[in-house]
Design a protein around this ligand. Structure first.
Ligand SMILES: Cc1ncc(COP(=O)(O)O)c(C=O)c1O
Length: 422
């Protein structure tokens, strides 16, 4: 058997584990797509073994039972994700929110507290502030880069999870992962095994091509596979990359919550998404730098936030954490900017793009081959109450750009055209 360990992540993203226990496909160049909701079991004994060992099955002889439990194509996708995020195992879900909700509900119980960064994707904010409190799970929203405040929260016996986005949506703050992980580890030394605090990091904006949080001591990594990893805007999916000892719990949670990914989506993400992610990300990133430099110089633009610009308030942290597996600076494909003037100007500009731009589309989601523009305060982050937007650092006039694979000059020309009209 050929060895994968000596190969670079760029090559591993294409060839994966090379041989998989999930499917015997020595004659296939591409793994087959399976679509069977249930599986033939050779004997009652084997069926009973499948149920009794579910979640803790040894992968050298997988027992497939029912799609909602586990499924071969999904398992191959999970092996690939674990490989790229440098984790021990991965469990996939029907969406990024499915992964976030299932992970948090697996780790927390009534009376516990999740300490989270104050700026979060809108639906994550809603999960923490609307849904988890119904189960008596408390939350505290802080600046996780304010270490004094964080240490105080870690000293609270109720704190069990520290949750944040490695690069925050939508304002592109960089979390100091190494420092946060070390503070949590220090706090855990004073706690019993059953009361450990876990770090859970949403790495969707960065993707494993720009940042691998586990390398910095983080426990659980979340990905919305709907975004850059699938990349074409056709699939929904989510994943948590986790320590092996939590795999069983996460698989049982997925089974009971029913938050599974469809094998068709798993296949597309595995075959088309993962194998092309590095090259898409690099191209989009090189365009993002050009677009952010154009915006920064434009007289009608008040401010631009892009981790690749020296003016990013955490440029030093960006340089430390945002690196491709080949050790090149990887500031990503997302830009946030504000125009001079009031909300009316912002609206006029965005409406003009929606109506007249060819290369830029007004739409939510991100990381796709098409460049997308949106206004988070009124769209993706509208679940955050208006009076809390200030605390979250989300200016209502902030505009988010997700850079696609179009020619950079065409994107810039469309922005320039719309800027002329305000
Ligand atoms: C940072 C981040 N995390 C999680 C999600 C949720 O992902 P999904 O839409 O796949 O549920 C999103 C969606 O936009 C996101 O931007």
């Amino acid at each position: 058997m050929k060895k994968k360990s000596s190969k670079s992540p760029r090559t591993q993203a294409i060839h994966g584990e090379f041989l998989s226990q999930s499917w015997e496909f020595s004659h296939h160049l591409i793994p087959p797509m399976t679509a069977s909701t249930t599986f033939r079991l050779g004997s009652l004994e084997r069926g009973a073994e499948g149920f009794s060992t579910f979640g803790a099955q040894k992968t050298d002889s997988p027992i497939w039972i029912y799609d909602r439990l586990e499924e071969p194509t999904t398992k191959m996708l999970e092996d690939q994700l674990a490989l790229l995020e440098k984790g021990e195992c991965a469990v996939t879900f029907g969406s990024g929110m499915g992964a976030i909700a299932s992970t948090l509900m697996s780790l927390l119980k009534a009376g516990d507290k999740v300490v989270a960064h104050k700026t979060l994707y809108g639906c994550t904010y809603s999960l923490l502030t609307n849904w988890l409190p119904r189960l008596q799970i408390k939350n505290s929203l802080i600046d996780v880069n304010d270490f004094k405040v964080l240490e105080k929260e870690l000293a609270d016996p109720a704190t069990r999870v520290v949750y944040f986005e490695s690069v925050s949506n939508p304002i592109l703050e960089i979390a100091d992962l190494e420092k946060i992980a070390s503070l949590v580890k220090a706090a855990n030394k004073k706690r019993k095994k059953e009361n450990q605090i876990y770090t859970v990091v949403d790495n969707t904006f960065a993707t494993p091509w720009a940042l691998r949080p586990i390398e910095w001591g983080i426990d659980f990594v979340i990905q919305s596979l709907t975004k850059n990893i699938s990349g074409f805007g056709t699939e929904m999916g989510g994943a948590v990359i986790a320590p092996k000892e939590h795999e069983s719990m996460l698989r049982v949670a997925r089974k009971d919550f029913g938050a599974i990914i469809h094998p068709y989506s798993a296949w597309h993400i595995l075959v088309y998404g993962i194998s092309t992610q590095a090259i898409r990300f690099e191209q989009q990133q090189s365009t993002a730098l050009k677009v952010s430099q154009f915006l920064e110089k434009h007289p009608k633009v008040q401010s631009v936030t892009y981790p690749g610009l020296k003016t990013h308030p955490q440029f030093k942290l960006a340089k430390k954490y945002l690196k491709s597996p080949e050790n090149t600076f990887a500031p990503g494909t997302m830009i946030s900017f504000q125009l001079k003037g009031d909300m009316k100007k912002c609206q006029k500009f965005v409406d003009d793009i929606a109506k007249n731009s060819y290369a830029i589309t007004l739409a939510v989601s991100l990381g796709l081959t098409k460049t997308l523009i949106e206004v988070p305060g009124f769209m993706t982050h509208s679940a955050i109450p208006t009076e809390k937007r200030g605390e979250s650092g989300i200016d209502p006039r902030a505009i988010r750009l997700s850079i696609g694979l179009e020619n950079a000059q065409d994107i810039i020309a469309d922005l320039e055209e719309a800027l002329k009209k305000i």
